[in-house]
Design a protein. Structure first.
Length: 87
C-alpha cells in the first residue's frame, strides 16, 4: 500500500463524503524532507465532521486521523477541509 492509499484509509475515520489526495513529492526531489523519505501532499476533504468547526480544529482532526504518518511518511501537507454545506 502506498502512502496516499494509507492516508485515504486513515482518513476514512472522518467519514469523508469526498476525498482527494495529490502527491506532489516528485516536485520536491532533493528537498530536505524528501531526503528523509517524507512526501509532499495536497488534501481536499469534505466531511460532516467539520461542520461548525474552525479551520484550525479541522486541521487538527486531519492530523489526528493521520497519526504517526505525520512524523515520517508525510513531510508537508496542504489541507483544504470543508463541511458539505460549504461546497
Amino acid at each position: 500500500m502506498n502512502t496516499a492509499q494509507l492516508m485515504q484509509q486513515r482518513l476514512s475515520s472522518l467519514n469523508p463524503e469526498s476525498l482527494e489526495i495529490l502527491d506532489e513529492s516528485g516536485a520536491h526531489a532533493g528537498h530536505e524532507g524528501a531526503k528523509s523519505g517524507g512526501g509532499h501532499y495536497q488534501l481536499v476533504i469534505v466531511a460532516r465532521a467539520f461542520g461548525g468547526k474552525s479551520a484550525q480544529l479541522r486541521h487538527r482532526m486531519v492530523y489526528e486521523a493521520l497519526g504517526p504518518m505525520m512524523e515520517k511518511e508525510i513531510h508537508a501537507l496542504a489541507i483544504k477541509a470543508y463541511a458539505p454545506d460549504e461546497i
